[in-house]
Design a protein around this ligand. Sequence first.
Ligand code: KE4
Length: 431
Amino acid sequence: MTTRTKSDDLLGRAQKTIPGAVNSPVRAWKGVGGAPLFIERARGAYLFDADGTCFIDYVGSYGPAILGHAPPEVVAAVAEQARSGFGYGAPTRLEVELAEVISAAIRCAERVRLVSSGTEAGMTAVRLARAATGRPAIVKFDGCYHGHSDSLLVRAGSGGLTLGVPDSAGVPPELAALTMVATYNDLGSVEDCFKKNRDRIAAVMVEPIAANMGVVLPNPGFLEGLAEIAHRNGALIICDEVITGFRLRFGAVSEAMGMEPDLIMLGKIIGGGMPVGAVAGRARYLDLLAPQGPVYQAGTLSGNPLSVRAGLETLRILGRPGNYERLEGAGARLEAGLIATLAERDAAGCVNRAGSLLTMFLGPVEVHNAHEARGSDTAKFAAFFHSLIERKVNVPPSQFEALFVSLAHSDADIDATIAAVRQGLGPESHF
Ligand code: KE4
């Protein structure tokens, strides 16, 4: 058993002052049971918990740590920037530089507005689409997550209803009803939304590669078809690339997959692990934002110099020749090992991968949408998760998250992970 005295002590203290003992629900391990480990520090591919135990880490802060944790050049840049102050409530050269890097890398990003989280990016993108079209409704996809703003905390209504219902207490049904929920990879379900609400839909919001129902790839033609349906009906396309932006290529994955977003959401990697988000897109839409236009949006820490400096340094390193090939190779190595292990252990499941982003589903032999993802054996995943923790491998505590491979994961780390998975799926495991 992993020694966890200090984690348990910290959990006891946290429960007295922090709701659910965590500042973001997934960290509480509710999806897998047991008590969460508290993390003390991280470096490269490794996490160290409060009791000093070292884990090979595939959470990677849920995406930002693509270089690995605490990359020395980024740490030095942030430390240097901190000596110049933490924020000024005024524009800075750094923000101009980051906007220029993003705009040069992403065709549709004629303008970039920095915010402090992916949630803010999503909330702002929805408001912009509503202002640009004069329409109230939004289409999203079952299983896709775009942050916790009210209009996006919505799940599919019952039966044939396409109108959404709240996916959280505190979201008024009247507001949820303005969000329609379609099925990922099912263009017919999108057509249905427009048939029932054609002149009311402002935008369709999509993760071009879904990573919040586990990793689910778009079927050939899905993204192009989605854009055609939306534009034919006078609606905008909002691509949520908070995870995929700069993860699979130096820019937006949507643009490499035949889709031209009108608005794009970014986050995570562009802040190098520091608080960040961005909404970018065509000038005719972004210039609607205050102070230029009538759409209000603001943020005390938007474009914070420490986040921006961390992001600039991360993108500078990430853009070096060969890095995306290395990430692809590492992701492919892990995928091959996982697939081989499922076969060796005669365990039902499948692996969905896009570059350095992957999910091993336990149960279904293929997953193309949220319904199929929900067919996973979450009890088996929970036991599998804990068997990996016992073997010093840290993956997200939910079947419906993605593993994030970084430039810091060596072949030896990946091979050790595969060995741990083989043992974890083995006869001596809990299964
Ligand atoms: P934040 O508000 O958490 O910075 O970003 C929201 C968001 C938006 N869009 C996508 C595609 C996202 O994946 C996220 C947040 N991702 C989750 C992990 N799947 C963050 C982890 C957490 O909630 O603690």
